[in-house]
Design a protein around this ligand. Structure first.
Ligand code: AMP
Length: 190
């Protein structure tokens, strides 16, 4: 199986690159942000609870996202592999993911990080907010909170995969195709 963690701050381009990776490698895309927005649009209790935190730019509890990922892994037993996008976002989530995959005799192939500086992220997210319809993209204060959550809680996840020799980082500024080629080159080295 090819199990890829696409890593990087909000606005780094993980969603865009995921779409191209799905096409090329036939992987299942698991974005916890998309799954949570799905719960919100269906009006579930989980969605209502998550929405409050998401609108403020705060991470939802680990147990919520780990549960959602576990269900998706179970529902896609014959998958060639998965792209994890926006997950894991804490070290506890990364540990839980390893345990879940181990129980399926599988593992993470590698983490690929897209590097983009904070000013560029803020600019991209405000631009995306004009037509994404996402309340958390439209407000500069919430955007800065999301970037802070990333730096405080999510950035340490890179060290978790570094310790397993599974971490590679690339420049996330450039054309979509240039970045995709860098990612594909890393995948072909697995
Ligand atoms: P995203 O679409 O990945 O930018 O996620 C939007 C929001 O959903 C985040 O700001 C968090 O509030 C929440 N979220 C998404 N994924 C996670 C995760 N793995 N852990 C905790 N919160 C998450």
């Amino acid at each position: 199986m090819l199990n890829l963690v696409l890593f990087g701050p909000p606005g780094a381009g993980k969603g865009t690159q995921s779409q191209k990776l799905i096409e090329k490698y036939g992987l299942i895309h698991l974005s916890t942000g998309d799954l949570l927005r799905g719960e919100i649009s269906q009006g579930t209790a989980l969605g209502l609870e998550a929405k409050k935190l998401m609108d403020e730019g705060i991470l939802v509890p680990d147990a919520v996202v780990i549960g959602m990922i576990s269900n998706k892994l179970d529902a896609n037993k014959d998958a060639k592999g998965f792209i994890f996008d926006g997950f894991p976002r804490t070290v506890a989530q990364a540990e839980a993911l390893d345990t879940l995959l181990e129980s399926k005799q599988s593992a993470i192939s590698g983490m690929i990080a897209l590097q983009v500086d904070d000013d560029e992220l803020e600019h991209r997210l405000l631009l995306r907010g004009k037509d994404s319809g996402r309340p958390d993209d439209a407000n500069p204060e919430v955007i800065r909170k999301r970037i802070k959550e990333y730096n405080d809680k999510t950035a340490p996840v890179a060290g978790f995969y570094q310790a397993q020799n599974k971490f590679k980082s690339i420049n996330g500024i450039g054309s979509i195709d240039e970045i995709f080629n860098s990612i594909s080159a890393i995948i072909s080295s697995y």
